[in-house]
Design a protein around this ligand. Sequence first.
Ligand SMILES: CC(C)(COP(=O)(O)OP(=O)(O)OC[C@H]1O[C@@H](n2cnc3c(N)ncnc32)[C@H](O)[C@@H]1OP(=O)(O)O)[C@@H](O)C(=O)NCCC(=O)NCCS
Length: 211
Amino acid sequence: MTSGMEAEQFTVRVAGPEEDPAIAALVVEGFIDKFRPVFGRRMDRSVKIMEKWIGLEHASGGVTSLVIEGYSAGEIAGSVGVRTAASREDVLARGLWRNLERNLGLPRALWATTLLSYPRYATSSSEAYIERLVVSPDFRRQGMARRLLAAAEDLAREAGKATVALHVGGTNLAALRLYEGEGYEEVSRQRSLLTGYFLNIRDWLYLKKEL
Ligand SMILES: CC(C)(COP(=O)(O)OP(=O)(O)OC[C@H]1O[C@@H](n2cnc3c(N)ncnc32)[C@H](O)[C@@H]1OP(=O)(O)O)[C@@H](O)C(=O)NCCC(=O)NCCS
């Protein structure tokens, strides 16, 4: 139980736009098992694609990224995205597609879009949605994810939300433990044989917490 206290010395703050590349690198590293089958031989493009993706999420509205600093202000040890409103779909969907097609070519862009369409989520006005929570392997088990989650919940509360929700792969035991410990409860699950086969994630659990 000392881990939560250790993390107190680290600062959580809203990410600046110049930090999109650092967040993208963390996300690709943290979700490498998911990205490898999606990007295949174009894995070298993954950080660039994710950087653009995060930029689009910010630019199309609705998503704020938080970061947690490591040992110095310039070193980012973890990050999380919080959706508190719907994005301008035209900007986001079209931008994402253009980004994928340009970097991957048409066939693999179609494939990536198919795999990345899970889990499906529809925004709700009373709920905040947490996405791409990640902590660098060098900084794990020090309570950083717990702190990022708490800051995300604060942001949701400030935005007037009644609940906060997220999806987690049914095989992601580290994340499941974390969310269970922080009071998240399973509401439903989606099953995808496609992501089961290619990503080894058959069940996507939808977890929720009252604020
Ligand atoms: C899941 C993840 C964000 C956890 O980050 P973290 O900073 O190491 O987590 P914390 O130190 O805040 O851990 C909080 C609690 O979660 C649980 N937990 C975290 N990692 C765990 C692991 N590897 N095994 C078991 N339980 C774990 C523990 O209950 C832990 O409390 P404790 O250390 O007091 O026992 C990190 O492992 C990660 O980035 N994974 C890859 C990306 C990912 O899967 N993100 C979640 C997507 S839904």
